[in-house]
Design a protein. Structure first.
Length: 268
């Protein structure tokens, strides 16, 4: 996934997965002194939740001697998650995590670009990937099932290589590693997380795994094959520039600008 002289932005939230990823990459790359790691952290603006993790990330990065950069939704979009929860129009299907996910993907791209990275590493694990697949199936969103083909390496429109080194690893194995290595991580849960069906899907898959060990890994392999086949049958989305912000978009207005428009209830 990595070349000798890559400049790698590691998306670090302060949770166990991302801090473990940073720790392992630092350890693995210690001998390759031309590979540079930079931790990037996105501050969603969630009071009482993000503050603790920002401190943990800051301390951990300084302990590992890794440079870090923080970008906030407020700085990028003029709103944060706490404000967005108040502003979102009722009647529209705007869940906390759908707003947050749209903002975060863009924020991570901008953060990686701003530190001159050519690789963006995220700590998505097998459980995340499987849950996302199931959420899309349950929502009837077949297109997205194709999009999420869980390739561990993908190239984005800004030519940044996106890698998911943990995509075949169970979440609880990463937690075990973090505890065993005494990696400090945030324990506080996001106050908005229960709006998403993800919590129920996670519990359901964990129950199944308890009764049938290995079932998540089997399901993951099936999802890979299904989404790969779907992806190859889909026409590539026509991409153009967003008329509002100028970034690459599949429509006239990109999803981030559309979300901001809905929150502020303005017309472009
Ligand atoms: Fe954002 Fe949802 Fe994660 Fe909270 S749980 S940080 S709202 S994506």
């Amino acid at each position: 996934m990595l070349k000798f002289d890559d400049r790698v932005a590691v998306a670090v939230s302060g949770g166990k997965d991302s801090l473990t990823l940073l720790y392992i990459l630092k350890k693995m790359l210690a001998q390759r002194n031309r590979t540079k790691l930079i931790a990037i952290t996105i501050d969603e603006g969630i009071k009482g939740y993000r503050d603790e993790s920002l401190e943990i990330v800051k301390d951990f990065c300084s302990k590992l001697n890794v440079d870090s950069k923080i970008l906030s939704y407020d700085y990028l979009y003029g709103t944060d998650m706490d404000k967005a929860m108040v502003l979102r129009p009722s009647g529209k299907k705007m869940t906390s995590c759908s707003i947050c996910g749209t903002f975060r993907r863009r924020a991570m791209d901008i953060a990686a670009e701003s530190v001159g990275a050519n690789v963006l590493a995220t700590a998505h694990n097998l459980d995340d990937q499987l849950q996302t697949y199931m959420i899309n199936v349950l929502a009837g969103d077949v297109e997205r099932v194709g999009w999420i083909y869980p390739e561990p390496i993908r190239y984005s429109t800004n030519n940044i290589k996106k890698i998911k080194p943990f995509v075949e690893i169970y979440e609880n194995e990463i937690a075990f590693y973090a505890l065993q290595r005494q990696i400090p991580f945030q324990s506080e849960e996001c106050p908005y997380m229960h709006e998403s069906i993800r919590t129920q899907v996670r519990q359901f898959l964990n129950e199944l795994e308890k009764e049938h060990p290995g079932i998540k890994y089997n399901a993951y392999n099936s999802t890979m094959r299904i989404s790969k086949n779907l992806k190859s049958s889909m026409r590539p989305a026509a991409s153009s520039k967003c008329a509002k912000c100028g970034r690459i978009s599949n429509g006239k207005i990109c999803s981030v600008c559309n979300t901001i428009k809905a929150l502020r209830q303005v017309e472009y």
